[in-house]
Design a protein around this ligand. Structure first.
Ligand code: ZN
Ligand code: ZN
Length: 282
């Protein structure tokens, strides 16, 4: 069985452990490939992305580590790039100029107020999410969800990236605060519209076990019913851990593989030998 993970953070952004330790863990677990995807720098102060001065060091350290283990594992260089409308997009020239092996496009943050250049994360500190839900969106998860999925569709329409990060990240705090009923028609509608744009884009949907590793969710992103719809639509799918520590590079992989198979996913799309290709799920 081929094992890979292209969604990996490290101590230069918000992860624990060094790039070399992630590679060592992946070699020990007989991975075929590991990819790095630190959070790309944001144009405002924060505690979770690469600092722009660290970007060169990040790329250089991957280059060195990769050269040292080229006979044991394939190592790929990527970034997880946020879409902040009008501020940052994976297709921005300063990102494409880096000529990365791949890019994960993610939406973590929504505007704190219309037209104001301040952002609140849906997956960060609880109070940030609760401000977004209760103040900015007046307690309406349908309003927050509409804006979140609209932002994802806009990012997909602009394109310029390979993998869509954790499509339903807005469910992250639902286990704790129970604000989202995924069976509601408005939510199904948002998912249907987003999967249609995703299909059109050719971008890969990731199964992401990062929420499980943090004890925030019992299941991966996306929820099984969303994954089933994606598989039916023929959307390319990949399994990633969104690892923030070396021990988690394959967190809950057996469970995620079983879920994928149950949802009708037969192949994962992976980057091997420098080419995107399909491998069997189990
Ligand atoms: Zn992310
Ligand atoms: Zn991530």
């Amino acid at each position: 069985m081929i094992t890979t993970n292209y969604h990996t953070h490290n101590s230069l952004c918000d992860g624990k452990g060094e790039i070399e330790e992630y590679i060592e863990a992946a070699v020990n677990k007989e991975f075929s490939a590991i990819g790095f995807s630190s959070h790309a720098p944001l144009p405002y102060a924060n505690e979770w992305t690469l600092n722009s001065e660290k970007l060169e060091e990040y790329l250089a350290r991957i280059r060195t580590a990769k050269a040292a283990c080229s006979d044991r594992i394939e190592v790929y260089t990527g970034l997880e790039v946020d879409f902040l409308p009008g501020v940052l997009h994976p297709r921005d020239k300063h990102i494409t100029d880096l000529q990365l092996d791949y890019i994960i496009g993610s939406v973590h943050s929504l505007p704190a107020a219309p037209g104001r250049n301040t952002w609140l994360a849906v997956d960060g500190p609880d109070e940030e999410f609760l401000t977004l839900l209760n103040d900015v969106h007046k307690g309406s998860i349908a309003s927050l969800g509409a804006e979140y999925y609209h932002q994802i569709r806009e990012m997909l329409r602009i394109g310029g990236f390979n993998i869509l990060g954790h499509i339903d990240l807005i469910k992250k705090k639902n286990m704790k605060y129970a604000y989202l009923d995924e069976s509601e028609p408005w939510y199904r509608n948002q998912i249907d519209r987003t999967l249609a744009v995703l299909k059109e884009s050719g971008v890969i949907l990731e199964i992401n076990t990062g929420g499980m590793a943090r004890g925030a969710t019992h299941e991966p992103y996306p929820s099984p019913w969303i994954l089933t719809l994606a598989a039916q639509a023929g959307i390319p799918i990949q399994l990633n851990a969104d690892a923030h520590e070396p021990g988690n590079i394959d967190f809950a992989y057996p469970q995620a593989r079983a879920m994928a198979a149950e949802c009708g996913v037969t192949e994962f799309t992976v980057l091997l030998k420098g080419k995107w290709q399909k491998i069997k799920v189990t």
